[in-house]
Design a protein around this ligand. Structure first.
Ligand code: SF4
Length: 291
């Protein structure tokens, strides 16, 4: 049985950058806290915990004083930076530069001259750390849209600036934009694009992987998709693989593998999300090769 890994799978640039910043800070020998797990992958979180990185939640963060806290790639709302300042906490900035740019674009859209008229709509997952950081840029006054039912929150007499969380599906974002255009037409606007500004904010590190992974999934009998269960990008890219190859299986670690999947198969592809470490993909490849 031929077992191959996908050369493009593994950490995206933003996560790689955050992990390197954490490793560098840990090498300096000081105690470093990470506000939330540094990546949605338990195996990598455990590896960094062994090096000394302490993951904390926001409740614990509020109790800390005089220490160093790393902000992970997803970013944080301004309130977190204010709390750090108040409590003499040194921030180790590891927000992905692409997320930083998105945060600033959202702030700019909100503070433009048509303030009061403009609605900022964010397509994303409820409770996702990046989304909390994005909404926080505009005092939580944005409209979060997760599915079509949420469109009822939009006032179609006013213009919309539409943004997406960086890891959403390109296809779903395009469908959502089209649904909003239709709603404007129903509200009497012949040219909806005068009311709707769609910002292309899905990260290229994610969107480029979709067509590539489809091709990879088509070219193998079985696909093993490696990702943490919490990864939003992992769930989305797993569905992309599954849509073209029904013999696609989601595994978080080697204990999820099932020998039955490989009976009578000739080729296996092992791939993963932007939050899956390459070392884990390679481990799974080696284990599957010996099944
Ligand atoms: S997916 Fe893109 S935006 Fe998100 S952390 Fe990775 S590089 Fe940054």
């Amino acid at each position: 049985m031929l077992v191959e890994t996908d050369r493009k799978s593994g950490f995206c640039f933003g996560v790689q950058n955050a992990v390197e910043i954490a490793e560098k800070a840990l090498l300096e020998g000081e105690r470093v806290y990470s506000l939330g797990p540094i990546v949605h992958n338990d195996m990598e979180v455990r590896r960094l915990a062994d090096l000394g990185l302490i993951s904390i939640d926001h409740e614990m963060f509020q109790k800390l004083r005089d220490c160093k806290v790393l902000i992970r790639a997803h970013g944080e709302p301004p309130a977190t930076y204010l709390a750090a300042q108040k409590n003499n906490i040194t921030i180790i900035e590891a927000t992905c530069p692409i997320v930083k740019t998105l945060q600033s674009r959202i702030r700019n859209a909100w503070t433009k001259p048509e303030e009061g008229m403009t609605q900022v709509v964010i397509f994303g997952k409820t409770g996702h750390a990046e989304v909390i950081g994005l909404l926080g840029q505009i005092e939580n006054k944005g409209i979060l849209v997760t599915d079509p039912a949420d469109l009822s929150q939009i006032d179609f007499k006013k213009p919309v600036h539409l943004f997406s969380q960086t890891t959403m599906s390109v296809k779903d974002y395009s469908t959502l934009s089209e649904n909003i255009r239709e709603k404007y037409k129903e509200a009497g606007f012949a040219d909806p694009d005068k009311m709707l500004k769609v910002h292309r904010t899905i990260c290229g590190q994610v969107s480029n992987r979709e067509p590539h992974l489809k091709e990879f999934a088509r070219n193998h009998d079985v696909i093993i998709f490696v990702s943490g269960n919490e990864s939003s990008n992992g769930k989305m890219l797993y569905q992309v693989c599954k849509s073209v190859n029904p013999a696609t299986y989601f595994v978080a670690s080697e204990s999820d593998l099932d020998k039955k999947w490989f009976i009578g198969k000739n080729t296996v592809g092992v791939c993963g999300a932007t939050s899956t470490p390459k070392w884990l993909i390679e481990n799974i490849r080696d284990i599957v090769s010996n099944i």
